[in-house]
Design a binder for this molecule. Structure first.
Ligand SMILES: CC(C)(COP(=O)(O)OP(=O)(O)OC[C@H]1O[C@@H](n2cnc3c(N)ncnc32)[C@H](O)[C@@H]1OP(=O)(O)O)[C@@H](O)C(=O)NCCC(=O)NCCS
Length: 255
């Protein structure tokens, strides 16, 4: 699979659609010993299945670009848990990020740059506007209360997904304070971000997308584009080891 300097490839897998036992056994063989142990720690079959499909998606996807077999790919983690491929000689400088939620797993692949992906299901437990009051920036909270109440939960998820994708692109998890950056979302304007000085970041370096792949899910992508060149997004749906097809995600907004 070819990936150019100005492309992001987004691979979507729907775990509920992948149930064939021979296929699942093949995925199991691709996992490392640590991953097998980790999979066993999940109490519920649903979570074990989600974990298995995630590993299969990541390993088979990255194998397409590296020509290393899925089982032989190695990963390292930074101190906040962000996984990276352990590079081998001759391998392209691949970066990736992934996110999983109820019935959707998304893996984004890019050359060199920092990328963060977040996917959320709109019925996700524990996601209440109270989280915005406690953790979002003042401007975001003000915007949420300025829009009609029936639209509020939807907008809250837009913020949540975008904010999560940004902290994932920075690779620092929740050690990055959520109130120190603000997404500016408006119907007829491109997405924008602004930063408190403490974050030492520059809005011009970032490109964002907010997508609606299904009526239940939202995907946000944050990518740091050191040169001022816009990225092109290519989205595909895949069943690991079986096949893939182009997949249309409607764009809610982008920068
Ligand atoms: C761990 C965290 C990076 C993402 O957690 P999450 O949203 O629950 O989970 P996602 O499915 O989107 O992402 C998990 C994947 O991100 C990757 N990841 C883990 N740590 C990461 C980091 N520091 N930076 C980037 N990616 C990371 C991993 O691949 C992980 O999947 P894996 O464990 O199966 O390999 C972190 O941001 C977190 O704990 N978030 C909690 C959610 C929250 O309260 N968000 C605030 C609302 S804005």
């Amino acid at each position: 699979m070819k990936l150019t300097q100005d492309e992001i490839h987004l691979w979507l897998a729907f775990p509920n659609e992948i149930q064939e036992s021979e296929l699942l056994s093949a995925y199991e063989k691709q996992m490392s010993r640590e991953e097998v142990a980790q999979q066993k720690r999940f109490r519920f079959p649903k979570h074990r299945h989600q974990y298995l499909i995630t590993r299969a998606l990541v390993r088979t996807t990255l194998s397409r670009y590296t020509h290393i077999s899925p089982h032989h790919l190695r990963f390292s983690k930074n101190k906040y848990g962000r996984p990276e491929i352990v590079a081998k000689e001759g391998m392209p400088s691949l970066r990736f990020n992934l996110s999983h939620t109820n019935d959707l797993i998304v893996c984004g692949v890019i050359l060199k740059q920092d990328i963060g992906i977040d996917v959320e299901h709109k019925e996700r437990n524990g996601a209440t506007i109270d989280i915005a009051n406690r953790f979002f920036s003042k401007t975001e909270v003000k915007d949420l209360y300025a829009i009609p109440e029936k639209e509020r939960r939807d907008r809250f998820f837009d913020y949540w997904t975008l904010k999560e994708s940004y902290i994932k692109a920075r690779g620092m998890g929740l050690s990055l304070p959520l109130e120190q950056f603000t997404f500016h979302i408006s119907e007829n304007k491109p997405l924008q971000i602004s930063f408190e000085p403490e974050l030492h970041d520059d809005p011009e370096q970032w490109q964002f997308w907010l997508l609606k792949p299904t009526s239940h899910h939202k995907i946000a992508i944050s990518v740091c584009r050191k040169a001022n060149k816009p990225y092109q997004l290519i989205t595909r749906k895949v069943v690991p080891l079986v096949g893939e097809e182009a997949f249309f995600c409607s764009v809610i907004n982008q920068s």
